[in-house]
Structure formats: structure tokens, C-alpha cells
Design a binder for this molecule. Sequence first.
Ligand SMILES: *Cc1c(COP(=O)(O)O)cnc(C)c1O
Length: 413
Amino acid sequence: MSTDKKKAHFDTVNLHSDRRDKPEHGALHRATHTSIAFEYDDARELAAVFQGKRPGYNYARQQNPTVNALQKRVTQMEQGSATVAFATGMAAIGSIFFSLLRAGDHVVSSAFLFGNTNSLFNTFRNLGVDVSFVDATDAANVAEAITDRTKLVFVETIANPVTQVADLQKIGELCAQKQLIYVVDNTITTPSLFSPKSVGASFVVNSLSKYFGGHGDALGGAVTDTGLYDWAQYPNIFDNYKTGDSHSWGLTQIKKKGLRDFGATLAPEAAHTLALGSETLSLRVERACANALALAQFCEAHPRVRSVNYPGLPSHPQHQRATDLFKQFGALMSIELHEEIDCFDFLNQLEFVVSSSNLGDTRTLAIPVAHTIFYEMGAERRASMGIPDSLIRIAVGIENIDDLIADFSQALA
Ligand SMILES: *Cc1c(COP(=O)(O)O)cnc(C)c1O
């Protein structure tokens, strides 16, 4: 057993992350710093901070010690080089696009996307950034969509709600070969199940609101730079940010544009809550994944359930890929019931399972997706994403599995 920080395991490094930076008074947790501005005895020091010549804090829209401590944790968990935290996961994704793309650029995105990400990408289409949506379970579809204007490829690891698993490894090889920015949304798998850096991701996105914080009580998002992309040849970097190692320029620009100019800043109170929640990330995820697998197996064997989408089942089209890539299969699944059962009646019949839109909470939450979170996009786009009207998404929590199965059993009876 080693006490070397570099050799220690994921949980150990995460738990001791705050301490390593010696917080004030020997505190074991980072203080929640709520000051917007910071004082300097020597005005020259203040100027040096503004000019990036020495580290320090100037205004909390751009930097805050509590948020910095959280960023450091996420960086360690994702084995990255640096992280910028945002007010939400959507702010993180939006800031990548807003900071690094210009009118005329083209993006290839997985068609199987979080609903609001899909909506955001359509907004960017109106601003002159063209987005092609493809079936990213096969890298050949991504390759086919690439043009000489393509700058970036965006995928989710396990897509919500049908649980398609993107062809992560091959898309990574393709992006490396074509020098494209490769963005992987790791929200559903979290750094405790999968490292997007291992498949060549340039940036890892995490919605910290979900499993990372894990208690459904604080919003946040993060972009982690894996350090793999070299920005020296990338045309959209402003000259101001071409300082130091060219592998860091992209994240610097995201920070300047997304935080300083756009103001999508994470509040320190939320950063503290998220950091605290993240200390039990792998414990919670392990339990939730085990529950999800057992519940998926129960549902698949039940005569009143027509179909189950869960990467842990051998019947899932990307089961082998998920087995190869992920430590466990995630805690998100979706089911379709037989026609005679109304999905609303079924949800109302459940006792412990809560009808709610979130995922990554400690509690099991369920939602009829076509009527709620995927309602606005319309029937045609839903059909292209493989979302039938009766589909129920289940975000499995950490309850005792016997109680969850008993609840499903009585609701299906
Ligand atoms: C929730 C979610 C987001 C957005 O995160 P917010 O923190 O809610 O803004 C992005 N991607 C995925 C996969 C998500 O589940």
C-alpha cells in the first residue's frame, strides 16, 4: 500500500483532495468563500493577477477558492490537466460551443442526446454553426458526416433514455486522425465508471448536478481538459490566449469566454455541496448500478414488460462494448410496458419510485419521457432517437433492491 498521492486510488485521492492544499486552520473541508473581490496590499500584485503573470483571485465571476477546490477534484477524478466549473451542465456544454466555434463551422453530434443539449445545438444552428446528428453507435456514421468545415465531435457515453453506447474508442481514433475536438459527456457514467481520456477525448463534460453531487440538491457542471488536444493549429484561438503550452489554450479561452464574458459561474455554496457529495461518488454509483442491473433483469423476465433498455443486459445491442469500456453499466434504464398498461397508471401505482425528472439522485426516479423531457422536440425527432410514447425512464437510486423489486412487482400486478 502506497501513500504516494500519484499511486493512490480514485476514492483515496478524492477524499484527501481538499486537505492536500492545506486549508485555513487545518480544516478538513474547504471553506465556502463568498467574497466577490479580493484585496492586495501591493497594487502591483493586483495588476500582475489581472495580467495572468501570477496566480490569484480578482473577481469571483472568474475564480473563487471554493470553486477552484472543486475543479481540482474533478481534474483528479478525470485524470485531466485542468477543469473549469460552471453553474450547470448546460452552461458547460454551451460555453464550449460559444467559446471555440464560429459561424461557418460544423459539428458532428450523436443523435442520441440529452433533450436540452439537442435543443441547445439547434440554437447554435441559428447562429451559423451547423450541426449534423448521426447514429454514433457506429463510428462510420461520424466519419461520413465529417466535412472540411468540421471542428468538433460531441457524444454522450450512455445516451439518455434509450441507453445507446457510442462507439467511443473508434470515434476517438477518428478525431485524433482528423485533428477534431472530441467532447465526451460523461454524466451518465461518471469518472468512477469510465475515463473518456482513455478513448482520446479532448474535453470531458460532467453535469455535477447528477451522480457527482448525487443528492439532487445542487446544480453544477464542469469541462475537464484532458490535455490531449494541441491548439497550435486550431484557427479559432484569440491571440491573447496563445500563451504557455499550446495544449492549454482551448480551456483558457473557454474560461475567459464562458465565465468572464458570459458569466455562467458556479456559486461557491453549490461548489461546496457538490464537493461534499462527490466524496461518496463511487459508493453510490456502485450500489445504484448493482440495483439497476437487478431491476433490469427482473423487468426483462416480467411478462407485462415489453422491452428493457439497459447496457448490462446481454440483449442490449452494445452490451459487449459497454462490458469492455465501463466498470459497471450505469444506473439509467428505460422500459416499455405491454399496451394494456397505461404508463401513467403504472407510475402512479409505484410507492417508493418517485415520478420526477432528475437522475443521479439517491432515490429512484421515473418519468414518461415522450410526454415530458422530450416533449418539446416533437414526434418526428423522438422517433429518430428511438423514443416511443410509452417509454418510461428509470433513474435507479440506492434503496434496498428487494424493496425496489417488490414495488415494481406490485405496480405491474
Ligand atoms: C443533466 C444532463 C446535462 C445537463 O446538466 P444540468 O446540470 O442539468 O444543466 C447534460 N448532459 C447529460 C447527459 C445530462 O444528464
